[in-house]
Every structure is written in C-alpha cells, then in structure tokens.
Design a protein around this ligand. Structure first.
Ligand code: ATP
Ligand code: MG
Length: 258
C-alpha cells in the first residue's frame, strides 16, 4: 500500500503546517473530495465555507484520522498521516485539537476534570499541574468560577466554552472548529465567538474553522476557502471573498446565507 504514496516529506514545504495534496475521498459512489489541494501555513487562521454536504467536516475528520482518504496525501508538519503507524498517528494527533458542534463533555465529571483528564492521561501531566493549567484555561473562557459544576448545570454556550478549554489543555498547534456555535441558542453565540476571537488574537495556534458566522470569519480569517463539488473553487482574504467573490457559486452561496 505504501507504494501508492510518495515518501514522507516529498511534497511538503517547511512553510506549510497542513497540506492536502490531490486528496480524493469517496463514500460508496459519492465522491466527496475530488483531487483536493490546499495548504495552511503555521499560525494562520483559515475558514472553510461551502454548501451543506460539500465535504467540510470530512476534511476535519481526515485530519483527525477518523476517516482515511482513497487517494492523495495529507501531511501535518511534513509528517504523512496515511499511511502511518498507530504510534506516529498518536504523535501527530497530539498536535491537533478539535471542537465539534456537539460538545461531547463527560457528563459525570466536573468541568475542571473534563479539562484535566486528557492532559493527565495522554500528556502525563501531574494532577496538580493539569489543574493549575485547567483553571487558567477556564478563566480564559470566562468559567473560572464554575470549575466544580457538572456539564448539565451549564448553558450550552458555557459547555461549548468548556469544550474549547478542554481542546486547548492539550496544547495543540492546530485547532479544528466545526460549526461550534450552530447548536447554540442565538443569545449564547456571541460569548463563544468572543472566546475564539481572543484565542485567535493572543495565541499562535493555527486554526481551521468551519462556520456560517460570516462576521466572525471576516474578523479572524487570514484566508477563506470556498468549497463546492469536492474541491476549492475560490480562495482569498475574507475582505475579497465576502465583498467581491469571483465565482458564481460563491456569490449564490453568500447571497443565500448573508
Ligand atoms: N461516514 C459517512 N458515510 C457515508 N457518507 C458520508 C459519511 N460522512 C459523510 N458522508 C457524506 O459525505 C458528504 C460530505 O459530508 P460532510 O459532512 O463532510 O459535509 P459538510 O460540508 O460538513 O456539510 P454540512 O455543512 O451539512 O455539515 C455528504 O454527502 C455526506 O452525506
Ligand atoms: Mg459539516
């Protein structure tokens, strides 16, 4: 199988943290990603937009190694994700945090414990170290006073902020965000987006973000990628994509959601 793939690092550039090179992903007869190429440089904030079913979540799931591509290569820091052994995948995955639409907190654990569990188990931090860092992160997301609460005692927006703190607790170089506000009541959206704006402004974490919040995307993105039919049909800085899209499909899409 490895013969199908070029050697690790063959097509990578030191400037690229994430690279998709001619990636094709099919589910049965449905070609979801078609010869997809794009890359993300370290510290950049890239937003993926596009119609439902265009493959945005699939891209994030590929990076999390939850699904594998049929063709092409995906590299993170020059390390190829497929094929890679379980140990290499674990090392690569340590660099990547993900926050989903559904927060998936552990319901029986306190907020603080939700944030400290993986650093203790996976990174090998002492419980004290993990708790000190966990409290800092919960402060950062505005929940320093809710450490002992259980997730069910928090609002959806608060739970999502815990999920963000939990992802940051693993000290990821890359943060993947998949429509993190779309399950929230409208009045809770702003608080979560403010936290993400802060993270974008104050850390050097590379962000790959799927969102329908175009004002947020405009604020934080260095680049916006418009997807359709399994590929990037248009990309550029948010000011241009949102105010002067070149592609008819982008105009239609933005017209429908703005
Ligand atoms: N595990 C799976 N098995 C079969 N088909 C799948 C699977 N996951 C995704 N798909 C299909 O792949 C396509 C792309 O799905 P994906 O979730 O990546 O789209 P999306 O751009 O994130 O859409 P949305 O904006 O609705 O979240 C869809 O047609 C979907 O039905
Ligand atoms: Mg999706």
């Amino acid at each position: 199988m490895s013969a199908d793939f070029p050697p690790t690092s063959a097509n990578t550039n030191a400037d690229e943290l994430i690279r998709f090179d001619k990636v094709t992903k099919r589910f049965g007869k449905n070609t979801v990603l078609d010869d997809l190429c794009f890359s993300v440089r370290p510290g950049k904030h890239v937003t993926l937009i596009g119609p439902s079913g265009s493959g945005k979540t699939t891209i994030l799931r590929l990076l999390m190694t939850l699904v594998r591509p049929d063709e092409g290569t995906i590299t993170v820091s020059g390390d190829q994700l497929f094929p890679a052994g379980p140990k290499e995948v674990r090392e690569i995955r340590k660099n990547i945090g993900m926050v989903f639409q559904q927060f998936n907190l552990f319901p029986n654990m306190s907020v603080l414990r939700n944030v400290t569990e993986a650093p203790v188990r996976v990174l090998g931090l002492s419980r004290d170290e993990a708790e000190a860092r966990g409290r800092e992160l919960l402060d950062l997301v505005g929940l320093g006073d809710r450490c002992e609460a259980k997730p069910a005692q928090l609002s959806g927006g608060q739970q999502q902020r815990v999920a963000i703190a939990r992802a940051l607790a693993m000290r990821p170089r890359i943060l993947l965000l998949d429509e993190v506000t779309s399950a929230l009541d409208p009045e809770l959206v702003a608080g979560v987006l403010d936290v993400l704006r802060d993270i974008a402004r104050t850390t050097d974490i590379t962000m790959l973000c799927v969102t329908h919040e175009m004002n947020f995307a405009r604020d934080i993105s260095d680049e916006v990628l418009m997807f359709d039919s399994g590929t990037v049909i248009e990309s550029g800085p948010p000011e241009r994509i949102f105010s002067a899209p070149e592609h008819e499909r982008t105009r239609e899409f933005l017209g429908a959601i703005l």
